[in-house]
Design a protein around this ligand. Sequence first.
Ligand SMILES: [Ca+2]
Ligand SMILES: [Ca+2]
Length: 699
Amino acid sequence: MLTNNFVLINIPAKIQLFLKQTQKTQFLIKTILLVSIASLFSWGSYNLWISWPQTQLPQSQVAKALAAYMTTKNNYLPNQLLIQAQTGTSLEAIKQNHQLDAVYLIKQADGYNTYLGVVQPPAKLKPKLETLLQDPAIILAQPIYEYQTFQSTGSYIPTDPLFSTQWQLDTPAPGINLPQAWSRFGSHQNLPDCNNGNCGGSSEVRIAIIDTGVNTTVSDLVGANWAPQTDWRSYYWANQASVCTSNGHSVESDWPITGVICVANGSQTDQNGHGTSVASILAMQHNTLGGAGIVPKVQILPIELKDCQRNSQGQCTNGYSALNTFTVEKAIDYAISKGVKIINLSLGSDSPDPYLNQAIDRFNQSGGILVAAAGNGGANGNPKYYPAYSENTIAVGAINRDGTRASYSTFHDRIDLVAPVDGFTSAENMLVQDHEGNFVRRVGTSFAAPQVVGVLALMVSINPEITFFDIKYNFLPNGKMTVDLGPIGKDNETGYGRLDALKAVQSAIEVNNVTCFSDVWFNHPFNETICALKRDQIVRGYPDKTYKPDNSVTRGEMSAFIKRATNLPTNTTCAAFPDVLNGAPFFEEITTLRCQGIVQGYPQNNGTFLYRPNNFVTREEMSKFIKLAFNIPTNTACGDFPDVPPGAPFYEEITSLKCANIIRGYPEPNGSRTYRPRNNVSRGEMSVFIDKARKYPNV
Ligand SMILES: [Ca+2]
Ligand SMILES: [Ca+2]
């Protein structure tokens, strides 16, 4: 027998109402249980009592718990709040008291009114909610949540006559489950509805197909979202520059010994058929013709590595080779320059290629994701093909209809995942449209990679922040886009398993904590903090999408971080520092901090003070900035750092931050922790200090 002895938890009525309405009760109950539960076991009668002592949960704590919970979600409108206030409270009073950008009356009831409040920027929504909840005149304040229909079993089936033969894309395993993934798009905000012909990802996402070119004029590719034709590009090799110019093309690079790269823009001539077939898996239009592509509306940039002219012995007569380190490298750099998010590389070589790896690293750093076919050597000595075998790519193998590795699919410890290609009869192989417009069946890992590219494009359509690092080190290892095959967990034949579009799309909808800067991976020690600060618009990073967490912080940067983190209104009414006059970088931030008494500057002989905005901030200086800006109380009761004894410069500031749990210091071999006050502060460290300070006292 089990008896629960409930005691009312004394949460103020409006908070209870709030909690009921937002269904966050469980979260708070768990929190309360952690701190206050008392369990009494009565072994004699086998009764268990759980007793909850009378608990007064301060409103501020509820508000903060709620706000913290909100930061893990993105299921509410970014800049609107719902507010209920007692009838005696005027609309103007709510607007003024809480500095809302606008307030609208939306419903009147007996004793209270309901308002819609507008808050800009979205980062202020959370703090506004905290203060509204503590206003006695406010009955209820909450975000406006977005709801979704639970149509996860829904399927969007393209009407293309050959779609019924595209089992690889369809739902029964080992198909990649696209119909259900497509159907999610109709019900997710800002995504094209599949049922009006716009299915298949955002037109903002750009994929590059680096291959033998694409014949964009074949029937089922007409109407696809090709990148502007002036951006189409071809590279090819010649033995001398005159070959380029005689064809009316430019010389991209000219090496005296190895040859010449010719470059042409604006046309695509797939002589081989491979590139068009790869493209068709992504771009076949959803119509009454042929098959259906995975992402018919995503933008595709074809980059052609044109084959050289070969003689009867297969040797290039006008150069050396068409597909090689230099041309592939050129193509990747070109894709970077055109803002490409995902590259399909259904080609490879069985040698590691450090020079090409550098280009792939550049692409990853730009936020891109490169998908490489594993290769077709599985039944032929199983050589490792690069760049699929490089750590900086997503390597895709192929499986049969029974879920086993296709015999040709190269396998090794760096296969990331697999997609279905091969049937047991040629009629079941992958449907593509080739360069001559024929709907034909193909096998090979070349046709597995574009399936992954297409599903990644769907994910990125939902969450543009997703990077290579998220896919490689978060989504894949955590099973967020695959169904495991063969031996449990990652294995050499099928990697993390078979691509599942529905899982992938669902994960992209649910994930919050993606890599928010290209140099701060999801598993970077400061990732969570830096992403939270970015979300709240306190840090912005560099134009190249990096954060550079190891760089030192300048005094100018520090002023901007602190002003944003403390929501200080701009104030330039006091005198500017002579070295930070109006128009100088960080003028507003630095002057605001000066007017607020947070910075004083360095005294000069002539009685003035200089700010020195380009100086790096030392850890001792930072302690003063933070203590003043965030009103951390003076407290030296918790003990000193050995390298900051009483009387040392900034002793009070440093020790107070230590006692407030905002700083911890460096662990030393002897078990003590030092502060190293004269060291510069890195941008990563600073984000942690600021994040803790803004949460004080709930650090
Ligand atoms: Ca079609
Ligand atoms: Ca497995």
